[in-house]
Ligand binder design. Structure first.
Ligand code: ADP
Ligand code: MG
Length: 677
């Protein structure tokens, strides 16, 4: 990565500040675009100022004093020919007080308010006027910055960078004209410095085509980088996993259900990948309950048929164990052993499992991140599957990639990501989607219930459990404090135990030890617990078909994806199921809109699409914190632009590789190492 101390004109102190802003080179400065503009081209008479708007005034100081009410502050009175103005400083230096002497002339900029003593500006920007000073003729850019780095310094550095950096287009002429884009150099110049005379009102419309160009460039850089990573991995070898299909036929014949059309389709996509002599890099997306596990099992069997090992890793003990049980139930009848590896396992059992895996005696391995710990060596790993991969840390993902360097990789996720976003965020993966639920599921009825009616809800829990059903009760999410969250869960548990003495009530939360957690979950699975009070630890993957009611307290505090995942815990059996979303009045406008989305939709992808619309992509992309640089200028909802960038990336990589390389360097510098995890 470039060194900010080498930026011409930057002192070591300034360089340090630039580094905080992520600016390492003059090119980075060129791409550091203004947040907004201020109009310093005119002087407004004080009596013409409109409260609530920013304006510039030339004034003479009348008096300056420190006032102590309501708190210590510096109050400066000033005037022009038309009236008086108060300049108020809540934080100030003695030097400021010294400067603001009666008779001194100032040029002041700030937002005017109607105050107690007439018009005032709080913390105005000001400079002393010596004689006649001319006004700028163009709007003044305001840049994102950090404490200790002033706008004037940034402006100077950026202006210099615009002069010194090679701004030649990285896109070939042919693409620029085909896509009807503006030139790069004209675009950045126009975004930093609009022409003289352009008014603040005209600015947005005038700059739009230039913003479009940088947004496109940014998306293009992302696409190029991700596709290069994809190509690099593809250049490595992987074992061809093909086989007779005998084991697979036997598994399918022995299942109590038939694969859905969607499951068959994704299985064919995966099977095709496994036949190639280079590694599969595929993401399998499917809503909760869509049946990803059986597809994973088929892929694992294919590895076994080809004489290789297959590993399945899940982010929590509970999830991993469910996978283990399911796979064992399916595969042991075929005469195959499934090995189990987890952190909480007894030392001896773990050692035995590690030895068998190392000797190649066991072909199928399921576990938590214990799978990637030191000491675990696979004899012949052909396929690595990661469930809910976004819940693993970067380090863990890298470790698995290293262990399975030469193996096929399949990631599974129940977090639905809208198509445009997937295209962008997962441009380095092939994506398969199970877009259909197995038949015979009764849809979950969702109801919004005011917390004032909690007693009725408790009554309903009582009736259902009396009829032999089971219930989840999810405690309010308290993001600020894990301790408070735990306390609330314990209180909820105490209340419900008292209110429903005839029921066996259990409590599961994140602070429990893994084996304690597993014991509670096992009791719930075996119907030894009827009502399970839980924090969001039950979020993913848990499968208890007899549970037919889910109560979520303070539903308004949860994210939509989370609510959708939680709701997916019920409706897994034949019984009619319901999800009651308890909310606390009054609901904010957005909270209402969000709950409406979850109430009206059962399709995870549709929910994700509407959620994206409501929140913007930041939080979705957050799911891949491995370091996809957040897009600064582009909007991932702009499907057409994302699609155009994807296409252009492909064209450039095949027809104009030098341009592609220069483009990537301009936008990402050395930074995209982060992307590769
Ligand atoms: P998820 O995609 O959420 O991981 P699972 O793989 O756990 O879903 O599947 C949910 C449930 O549906 C499991 O009990 C599984 O055995 C069952 N299932 C999977 N595929 C089918 C199918 N085609 N028909 C009926 N049931 C199925
Ligand atoms: Mg699952």
């Amino acid at each position: 990565m470039a060194d900010p101390t080498k930026i011409p004109g930057a002192t070591p102190l300034v360089a340090a500040k630039l580094k905080t802003l992520g600016l390492h080179s003059q090119t980075d400065l060129v791409l550091h675009l203004p947040l907004r503009f201020e109009d310093e081209t005119q002087i407004t008479p004080i009596d013409a100022a409109i409260p609530g708007t920013s304006a510039q005034f030339d004034v003479t100081v009348l008096s300056t004093e420190i006032a102590y009410r309501p708190r210590r502050q510096l109050v400066c009175r000033a005037e022009d020919d038309s009236g008086q103005l108060v300049l108020r400083f809540l934080n100030f230096y003695p030097s400021q007080q010294k400067v603001l002497q009666p008779g001194v002339r100032l040029r002041v900029f700030g937002e005017v308010r109607g105050g107690f003593w007439g018009s005032e500006i709080i913390h105005p920007r000001f400079k002393m006027l010596h004689g006649e000073e001319s006004l700028p003729t163009a709007l003044t850019p305001v840049y994102p910055t950090t404490a200790g780095l002033g706008q004037a310094t940034l402006r100077k550095l950026i202006t210099r960078a615009l002069d010194e950096v090679d701004l030649a287009d990285t896109l070939p002429d042919e693409l620029v004209s085909r896509l009807q884009l503006n030139e790069f150099s004209a675009s950045v110049r126009s975004l930093h410095a609009p022409p003289s005379g352009l008014s603040a009102e005209m600015l947005t419309a005038w700059q739009r085509p230039f913003w479009l160009r940088v947004a496109f460039d940014e998306l293009l850089a992302q696409q190029i980088s991700l596709r290069q990573a994809y190509a690099a991995r593809r250049a490595r070898g992987a074992p061809v996993l093909a086989g007779e299909g005998e084991l697979i036929r036997r598994l399918l014949a022995q299942l109590s259900f038939k694969l859905t059309a969607a499951q068959q389709r994704v299985w064919q996509e995966i099977e095709q990948d496994l036949r190639q002599p280079y590694p599969m890099q595929r993401l399998l997306q499917g809503d909760v309950g869509s049946g990803k596990t059986i597809v994973a099992a088929l892929a694992m069997l294919r590895a076994v048929e080809a004489g290789y090992q297959a590993a399945l890793m899940a982010p929590t003990e509970i999830l991993a164990e469910q996978h283990y049980r399911k796979l064992a139930a399916w595969l042991q009848p075929l005469g195959l052993e499934v090995a189990w590896l987890s952190g909480s396992q007894k030392k001896k059992a773990k050692q035995t499992a590690i030895e068998k895996v190392g000797a190649g005696e066991t072909a199928l391995i399921v576990g938590t991140h214990a799978l990637i710990e030191d000491g675990v060596e696979f004899a012949k790993l052909g396929l690595a599957i990661v469930d809910e991969q976004h819940r693993f840390g970067v380090r863990q993902r890298l470790a698995l990639k290293q262990k399975g360097f030469q193996s096929h990789q399949l990631a599974m996720s129940a977090t639905p990501i809208p198509r445009t976003l997937a295209m962008s965020v997962y441009a380095d993966l092939d994506v398969s989607v199970i877009d259909e639920l197995p038949p015979g599921r009764t849809p979950v009825v969702t109801k919004l219930v005011s917390a004032a009616r909690r007693d009725e809800v408790v009554g309903r829990v009582r009736d259902l459990c009396a009829a032999g059903r089971q219930v989840y009760w999810v405690c309010p999410l308290i993001e600020e404090s894990e301790a408070l969250q735990l306390k609330t869960a314990e209180e909820t548990y105490a209340h419900l135990t008292a209110e429903l003495p005839e029921l066996k009530v259990g409590l599961v939360h994140g602070r429990l030890k893994t084996d304690e957690k597993a014991a509670v979950m096992a009791a719930f699975v075996n119907n030894e617990i009827q009502l399970l009070v839980a924090t969001t630890v039950i979020e993913v993957g848990v499968d208890v078909p007899n549970a037919s009611l889910m109560v979520i307290e303070h539903a308004e505090r949860f994210g939509l994806a989370q609510l959708h995942q939680l709701r997916g815990r019920v409706g897994r059996g034949a019984a009619e199921s319901a999800c009651l979303l308890l909310y606390e009045n009054p609901l904010s406008e957005t909270a209402r809109a969000r709950l409406k989305i979850i109430y009206e939709n059962s399709d995870g992808f549709e929910i994700a699409r509407q959620d994206l619309h409501l929140r913007g992509p930041g939080e979705f992309v957050g799911a891949r914190q491995s370091g996809l640089p957040l897009l600064r200028f582009a909007d991932l909802e702009d499907t057409a632009l994302v699609e155009a960038a994807r296409q252009a990336a492909e064209d450039m990589l095949t027809q104009w590789p030098d341009h592609a390389e220069r483009h990537r360097t301009r936008w990402l510098g050395g930074r995209e190492e982060l992307l590769k995890a």
